[in-house]
Design a protein around this ligand. Sequence first.
Ligand code: ZN
Length: 507
Amino acid sequence: MTLARTWSVGLAGVSGAMVEVEVDMANGMPGVVLVGLPDAVVRQSVDRVRAAVVNAGATFPSQRRITIGLSPASMPKQGSGFDLALAAAVLAASGALPGRAVDQLVLLGELGLDGTVRAIRGVLPAVLAAARSGHRQVVVPAANADEAGLVEDIEVLPAATLAQVIGHLAGRAPLAPHVRGPLPPAPPVPDLRDVVGQAAGRRAVEVAAAGGHHLFLTGPPGAGKTMLAERLPGLLPPLDEQAALEVTAIHSVAGTLPPEAPLLRRPTFEAPHHSASMASLIGGGSGQIRPGALCRAHRGVLFMDEAPEFPRAVLDTLRQPLERGSVTIHRASGSATFPCRAQLVLAANPCPCATAAGDAACTCSPLERRRYQARLSGPLLDRIDLRVDLPPVTRAAWLDDLEPPEATAVVARRVAAARGAAMQRLAGTGLSVNSQVPGRLLRERWAVPRPSLRLAERALERGALSVRGFDRVLRVAWTVADLAGRSVPDPDDVAEALGMRLQRAAA
Ligand SMILES: [Zn+2]
């Protein structure tokens, strides 16, 4: 045989795309030609494959003219995941392996020079694509077996070395199919019960969870901003199967999937540092485009602590993707689109020196404090429905009643009921949580009775509330009513919503 073909999978964003690998062997000037938009890493693949084949005890056909085609030719090929398929196709074309053994097989994996099969990123979306296009068998790196095993309707053959793959394809020593074990229990989430005092903060995350509202927490260091934010994912409903696969695929491509928990079944929590680069926050990197923290927080929570310290450009860049629910990253080598329907939690200290309010150590002038807060003004803050000012924790604990704080499980049940009520009301609109409802729709279709609105209207007249701010109050009031099991917000619900808005200066 001088012509052989096999299959591998390339990645476009977080979905896999089948790639046919064809190898033609001819007489003539010895050498290897690679066609079909390979990137630099794929081009180096030939050298890795050559060394790996030799070290696996097989013969690389160095005296022949080898043409390797990757198709569809128009799709950019990135990364090292094609190595294994290339090796198999070359060996089949040279006659060392039967062509029939590889022509319907999908092979994924990077090769070490010594012939080991190394783990790659993006195995889950790749195996999903293979199963969807009707392939029955896929060879994956042994280290990725559990992740690949999440996909049904395809046989997963884990391999640790190229020699094992050759033995399998030659029919000498078949690879043992991966057996799907029970999924390990999801790791425990931080509990709301641990947050003592801070009743206002606990209520704020409950309302945020119930309505899907973005949240802005201000307060001195130690007030529990991070603790509260970390507990928001635990209040959100667990991911359904479709969502779990979607989120897991993103983390698989990002290379952040914990090996012990191959399927992410809980909303994730991402907390990028303010010194993080634009690429690590939004997505990018060299070679294969990786999703950033924003996309890894898809269907989960993106927490930005010390938000005023983030570069203004970064904050401004977040607005559109958050609104649209996806982000597209363009590069010379191609572009990738990632979903990013994340819930945002911003946190800020009241002043740049980050001492407790009223602390004698604070030397910031009122102007400095105002400037610090002003760094967050603008279009991003405009999208945030909830703004809560947390008191210093000692005072908060004093003011709090003495009952032990509610556990996450208890609050999560209330959140689930409230989300159910909102979903029912919004049925047929394509919307599912209150934070998504546009202002106009809110005023026309679900008008809140005038008597309930008196307080908010007065704030509007006083200029303490903008028209957009008024809409946000309405959205939150609906969530508060949903949590209380009321079919329409009453004056108290609107008052509470207003309170989660006016804590800071004019909104
Ligand atoms: Zn200060």
